[in-house]
Design a protein around this ligand. Structure first.
Ligand code: PMP
Length: 360
């Protein structure tokens, strides 16, 4: 325990100690099951309780109406880049995307494989430091896809894009359960688990049940069909049982601490403290347009590469890891998801101050 540091990774990210301890307590023998979750049949009543409990808790947390299905999928958020166009459109159809970063670009590339994917807007010209207006929807677009929170650049949709009557799809991987999201504003939401929902590999999909009626092309593989997942309670094949169990523990942890609203308040406090310090400092700069700032990923740069390297070295000495910015943008990034306590953020700010003072 004493070796644990403050981990500011963008994902897989630091998890709450209470969740890790609970998993540890139940690791060898899940109560009443006589074996660990990993050894348990996914067709057992014990696992039924786990998967149903996970879904029920997520529904409560996000106030998900019964007209929406909740699916536990494999293959991370990236598999959703492919599943969305294959399940919401036929081969050759038109799909709209907003280009707000690398993951949005990757999502569009998968749309391109299946049809005619179009960027309606882009902030690439400014290295994705702002969220653009949505732009015009192309004729017949099956959906508009947005990346709700841009993990690499530290930007976020803080208001909905204008999408007319085109269905709205959002990748909320890096902010789900960290801020309130009104499910009814969307036709489909997906998110990889490894920031606020547990281990990597699992993805959660929340979608209007009416979309499940769409007749997908016969070439769509069985594992890539939402309807098959929905009809089989996300267990057409053997699901990632341990990851679903961990997600349940994460959901319960959020619920027991006042739900998503309470998480958002805490996350806003953490982000405010960091941004305030950065904005007032001569050493650190945040390049993001203020109204588009993320409360989950805070990026900042130092004046030179040399200073960045020195600062990162100091962080390591002070027990702060994974603060280096994404390889495509450089600089630094602090990911401050639900599992990062205020204490960790204050420790980071103290370390930033220490370096700034030393350089004066
Ligand atoms: N979308 C966003 C916003 C992400 O941050 C990430 C991963 N960091 C992905 C998609 C890709 O997720 P995965 O690695 O689970 O496929």
């Amino acid at each position: 325990m004493e070796d644990r540091v403050f981990n500011f990774s963008a994902g897989p990210s630091q998890m709450p100690i209470e969740v890790l301890k609970k998993a540890q307590d139940e690791f060898l023998c899940y109560p009443g099951a006589g074996c660990s979750v990993m050894e348990m049949s996914h067709r057992s009543s014990a696992f039924d309780e786990i998967i149903d409990g996970a879904e029920a808790c997520l529904r409560e947390l996000m106030d998900i109406p019964s007209s929406y299905a909740v699916l536990f999928m494999q293959g991370g958020a990236t598999t959703q880049f492919s599943m969305v166009p294959m399940n919401l459109g036929h081969f050759g159809d038109t799909f709209a995307y907003m280009q707000t970063g690398q993951f949005a670009t990757k999502a569009k590339q998968e749309g391109d494989r299946w049809g005619n994917a179009v960027f309606t807007a882009s902030s690439k010209d400014a290295n994705y430091t702002y969220i653009p207006e949505a732009g015009d929807m192309p004729e017949g677009a099956r959906f508009l896809h947005i990346t709700g929170n841009n993990t690499i650049y530290g930007t976020s949709f803080n208001k909905l894009p204008e999408h007319g009557n085109v269905p709205l799809v959002a990748d909320w991987s890096s902010a789900i359960l960290g801020r309130e999201i009104n499910v009814k504003d969307y036709d489909l939401i997906y998110a990889g688990a490894q920031k606020n929902m547990g281990p990597a590999g699992l993805a959660v999909v929340i979608m209007k049940r009416s979309l499940l009626d769409f007749e997908v092309d016969s070439s769509v593989p069985i594992m890539l069909r939402y309807r098959v997942a929905a009809e089989n309670r996300s267990m057409y094949n053997t699901p990632p049982t341990f990851s679903i169990y961990m997600a349940k523990l994460m959901f319960e942890w959020v619920r027991d601490r006042g739900g998503v609203k309470a998480m958002e308040e805490k996350n806003r406090e953490k982000a405010r403290a960091l941004y305030e310090y950065i904005d007032g400092s001569d050493m650190y700069t945040n390049p993001v347009r203020e109204k588009d700032r993320s409360i989950m990923n805070v990026t900042f740069t130092l004046p030179t590469e040399e200073k960045t390297a020195e600062f990162l070295k100091l962080c390591k000495e002070r027990g702060i890891i994974n603060i280096k910015g994404h390889r495509s943008v450089g600089g630094c990034r602090a990911s401050i998801y639900n599992g990062m306590p205020m204490e960790g953020v204050m420790h980071l700010i103290d370390t930033m101050k220490e370096y700034e003072e030393k350089e004066k």
